[in-house]
Design a protein around this ligand. Sequence first.
Ligand SMILES: NC(=O)C1=CN([C@@H]2O[C@H](COP(=O)(O)OP(=O)(O)OC[C@H]3O[C@@H](n4cnc5c(N)ncnc54)[C@H](O)[C@@H]3O)[C@@H](O)[C@H]2O)C=CC1
Ligand SMILES: O=C(O)C1=N[C@H](C(=O)O)C[C@H](O)C1
Length: 270
Amino acid sequence: MSVPVKIAIAGASGRMGRMLIEAVLRDPATELHAAFERAGSEFVGRDPGEFVGQTTSVRITSDVAAGLQGAHCLIDFTRPEATLVHLAACQAAGVGMVIGTTGFEDAGKAALAAAAKTIPVVFAPNMSVGVNVTFKLLEIAAGILNSGYDVEIVEAHHRHKVDAPSGTALRMGEVVADALGRNLKDVAVYGREGVTGERDETTIGFATVRGGDIVGDHVVMFCGTGERVEIGHKASSRMPYALGSVRAAKFIRERANGLFDMQDVLGLRG
Ligand SMILES: NC(=O)C1=CN([C@@H]2O[C@H](COP(=O)(O)OP(=O)(O)OC[C@H]3O[C@@H](n4cnc5c(N)ncnc54)[C@H](O)[C@@H]3O)[C@@H](O)[C@H]2O)C=CC1
Ligand SMILES: O=C(O)C1=N[C@H](C(=O)O)C[C@H](O)C1
């Protein structure tokens, strides 16, 4: 039997961190190698298995450099500023990264690309198979509905989400804009208020809903005259994000370096 993929998890007590701990512990091909939380967190020193009713020999730590020793991969769902600190530690330790954190500025994304020259990195705003298939459906739809259809993207998430629009909605915008030969940075409209004037047909609009415990809903509308096509995805659990991340961790174990996303992991590229 081959050696299990040794996975470290950053943001271990977060909504995604707990889900990842469950996914890693229940997969016989993976091993929970380390679990990280920020210094001062009430969870430092505790067994991450507690989140899923299990006992493990791992203890949550804020010492990322020490915890990465011997790991194959760090899965990070935290905040951009934390991910970039973890990225530097992974580079120093020669450990690959699976990054699900959203809300990066361009400079942060450039730092990820630079690090991927020396370590393998999977960076994707959504790790679920369903959302990644939805990206492909959007590419096909936009290529066909390329004239006479206004594109609007609506996303809804829980009350705790800190970035908007979601990383997934932005990627959906990029996929559609690319298929239409437009640059999202030039055509995106983020919310509307007051006397906005009539809609410019080249724009791609975004609307954001935040409330309760909504896990993640996305819909892209292609609004024509007398008809509307809607392509979307609704998550009712975070487990698909965790399972996709574990799949990505197995994928990067086979690679020395490079920047990948879930389209690469799932073989959907091209
Ligand atoms: N790519 C994907 O498939 C998905 C991405 N996400 C993204 O993952 C990120 C986390 O989401 P949630 O788990 O819901 O958030 P959360 O708030 O529940 O968890 C964040 C975790 O990061 C830790 N953290 C925050 N700042 C830190 C710092 N400076 N140093 C060390 N640790 C720090 C927190 O202590 C916490 O454990 C968000 O950016 C979200 O958009 C969420 C779900 C799916
Ligand atoms: O914060 C979340 O919860 C989610 N974030 C990701 C995003 O910003 O797209 C993915 C998913 O929608 C859940």
